[in-house]
Design a binder for this molecule. Structure first.
Ligand code: NAD
Length: 337
């Protein structure tokens, strides 16, 4: 009968994780703490709205007095920390927001959890903290941190704070570093939903540079299972890489999306490259698979096909975002704890 505090649960991965845990642990309760920034979409969890084991609280992870009230007044067994500013392009335009939420917010959350003695904490991070690879090699947990964007630098800062809270205070926090996720309900600014939605509207699919940048794609359901494994059996103070072993160039991804939708490759277009754009990511997830028995269930082709189908069948979900209507959801008016 555990109570989990999930931050950023109205976002893409956090909302999948809440549903995943809610459905697999019928004794447990979940508190979703989310500020509802532009990336927080209350429509992501309307199916759980009436569950007695789910509660939404609107709040800011960088607001220390708010966190103290929340954690002081509720017995929490674990924090699973997703809340972040997560889009690299936005971090180039407004880096300060990323430092505030990702660095300061993570520190405030760690501090509140430590003070209240919350016995478990999983900090969800990204492989982007390792920087970029050339044509060969993979990131292991020992790869030095070398972030290249304000987003990845702010995530690296949050990872180092997690490390410091373990080393300095003995606070039991584990860190996961995952490759690029995809799946239903991903905000349309990210690559795969952008490609699908633009293709559905017969608009050009813009790729940065030559389109040969490589990402290791992981289905969000597999990511949730990995985080659950770390939460249940991961060792405090450890870092676990999470990856799908599905390296694809952006050009390959765009062609696969177009093929699935029966649209022509001529929709692909090229835009000037992004500054600081990492060329290639690849993950060695053998620590997670060896220690905790996790492995991805989806192949990239199956996962992408079902994701494309989801966007085709759930036009209202993404049209509400394009029109801005999702911001009018009644939960946006919700108060604090
Ligand atoms: P997202 O942008 O879809 O969601 C982020 C959520 O955090 C939103 O609901 C937003 O409202 C909330 N939030 C933002 N600032 C907040 C604040 N100050 N207080 C409380 N809530 C706040 O992000 P996502 O893609 O679901 O990513 C979740 C986590 O996973 C992030 O930490 C990200 O760095 C990490 N990650 C993402 C990927 C990926 O491919 N999407 C890969 C690896 C790691």
């Amino acid at each position: 009968m555990a109570v989990l505090l999930v931050t950023g649960g109205m976002g893409f991965i956090g909302s999948h994780f809440i549903r995943f845990w809610h459905n697999r642990h019928p004794q447990d309760s979940l508190i979703n703490l989310d500020l509802l920034t532009y990336a927080g979409n209350p429509y992501n969890l309307t199916d759980l709205q009436d569950s007695p084991r789910y509660r939404f609280i609107r709040g800011d992870i960088a607001d220390a007095p708010f966190l103290e009230r929340l954690m002081g007044g509720t017995s929490i067994d674990a924090v699973v920390h997703f809340a972040a500013e997560s889009h690299v392009d936005r971090s180039i335009r407004e880096p300060a927001t990323f430092v505030r939420t990702n660095v300061l917010g993570t520190q405030q959350l760690l501090e509140a959890a430590r003070r209240e003695g919350v016995p478990k904490f999983v900090h969800v991070s990204t492989d982007e903290v390792y920087g970029t690879l050339g044509t060969s090699g993979v990131f292991t947990e020992q790869t030095p941190l070398a972030p290249n964007s304000p987003y990845s630098a702010s995530k690296a800062g949050s990872d180092l704070l997690a490390r410091a809270y373990y080393e300095t205070y003995g606070y039991p926090v584990a860190v996961t570093r995952c490759s690029n996720n995809y799946g239903p309900m991903q905000f349309p600014e990210k690559l795969i939903p952008t490609l699908i939605i633009r293709a559905l509207r017969d608009l050009p699919l813009p790729l940065y540079g030559d389109g040969e940048h490589v990402r290791d794609w992981l289905h969000v359901g597999d990511h949730c299972a990995a985080i659950a494994a770390v939460l249940e059996s991961g060792r405090p103070g450890e870092v676990y890489n999470v990856g799908g072993g599905s390296e694809r160039t952006n050009l390959e991804v765009a062609r696969t999306v177009l093929k699935a939708l029966g649209k022509p490759d001529t929709l692909i277009s090229f835009a000037p490259d992004r500054p600081g754009h990492d060329r290639r990511y690849a993950i060695d997830a053998s620590k997670l698979t060896g220690e905790l028995g996790w492995k991805p269930a989806y192949t990239f082709e199956e996962g992408l096909r079902s994701t494309v189908d989801w966007y085709v069948r759930n036009r209202t979900w993404w049209e509400r975002i394009l029109s801005g209507e999702y911001r009018g959801h009644h939960l946006l008016k919700g108060g604090g704890p």
